[in-house]
Structure formats: structure tokens, C-alpha cells
Design a protein around this ligand. Sequence first.
Ligand code: HEC
Length: 140
Amino acid sequence: MRNFSLLIIFALANALAGFTLQQSGSKDKKKNSEKNYPRVAAVSFSKDVFPIIKKHCLPCHASDSDNRSELVLESYDDIITGGKHGTPVVPGKGSESLIVQKVSPNPPFGKQMPLMTKKKLNDGQIDTLRMWIDQGAKKN
Ligand code: HEC
């Protein structure tokens, strides 16, 4: 339920941002730049996403571990390359991305990540991954 509300808020904020952008094209630029438009905070790969992965997914998903998923999560390029089931990141589609599905309850196959002794990610951490992908999965 909480995830769902967050999604709605995110969608509304995006719609609003799109609308104000459209409007600004037709109006005086100087006037518009003085206004504060509502904005969705940009998620950074290096500051927000990678620290979560580093802490919760390595060393299982390191290149020198014999993880049967063949998925290495040591760098942006490794993550995009993906493993046995292909790239786990579909830019613009967080909820359809395997990396988000695998850290959520009831993944499409196998177990919820992180496996075993490691603590599950909290909703905020999962939302961070999802929003980063929704925003284009940039190397930012
Ligand atoms: C304790 C070791 C361990 C940890 C920690 C771990 N994983 Fe995994 N992961 C595995 C194993 C083993 C598999 C293969 C079995 C499966 O798919 O359930 C796997 C499979 C996956 C897959 C499927 C890849 C494919 O193409 O088949 C994804 C995506 C994934 N993990 C993401 C993550 C993420 C994201 C984290 C951190 C939040 C994480 N894992 C933490 C061991 C781990």
C-alpha cells in the first residue's frame, strides 16, 4: 500500500513537472526561472544506489565469487551487463526491472535478495533503486 501511494505521488509530481515545463516554453524565460517548480529529487547512482548495492549485495555478486546467477554488481557497467537472465535494469521501467523484483517479496524466480543471513532492503532502499531506474538508470 505504501509503495503504491509513493508511486502515485511520484507519477503526479512527474505530470506536474511536465506541465510546468510545457508552460515555460510559452512564457518569458526570466520570469519563469525565478519560480520554484515542484521537483522530484534526482537519484544518483554513485551517491544513492551504489552504496546500497555495495553494502547488501557484495561480496556474493562480486566477479570472483562463483554465484550461479552470473550477475556481477561491482560497477555500473557490470550491473547493466547483467547475468543469467540478462540485464536486470530496464531504463524508465523500475517495477519491470529484475533488480527491483528480486529485492521485493515474491520475485519471479528464486529467492528474495539479499539471500540468507543478510537483512532485506527496507522500502526506502527499494524505492531508491526503482526511482533511479524510472529516471533512466543514468551513470550519475
Ligand atoms: C548471500 C549471497 C547473496 C547476496 C547477499 C545477494 N545475492 Fe543476489 N543472488 C544470489 C544467488 C545465489 C542467486 C541465484 C539464485 C536466485 O536467483 O535466487 C542470486 C540471484 C540474483 C539475481 C538474478 C540474476 C539473474 O540474472 O539470474 C538478481 C537480480 C540479484 N541476485 C540481485 C541481488 C541484489 C540487488 C542484491 C543486494 C540487494 C543481492 N542479489 C544480494 C546470492 C546473493
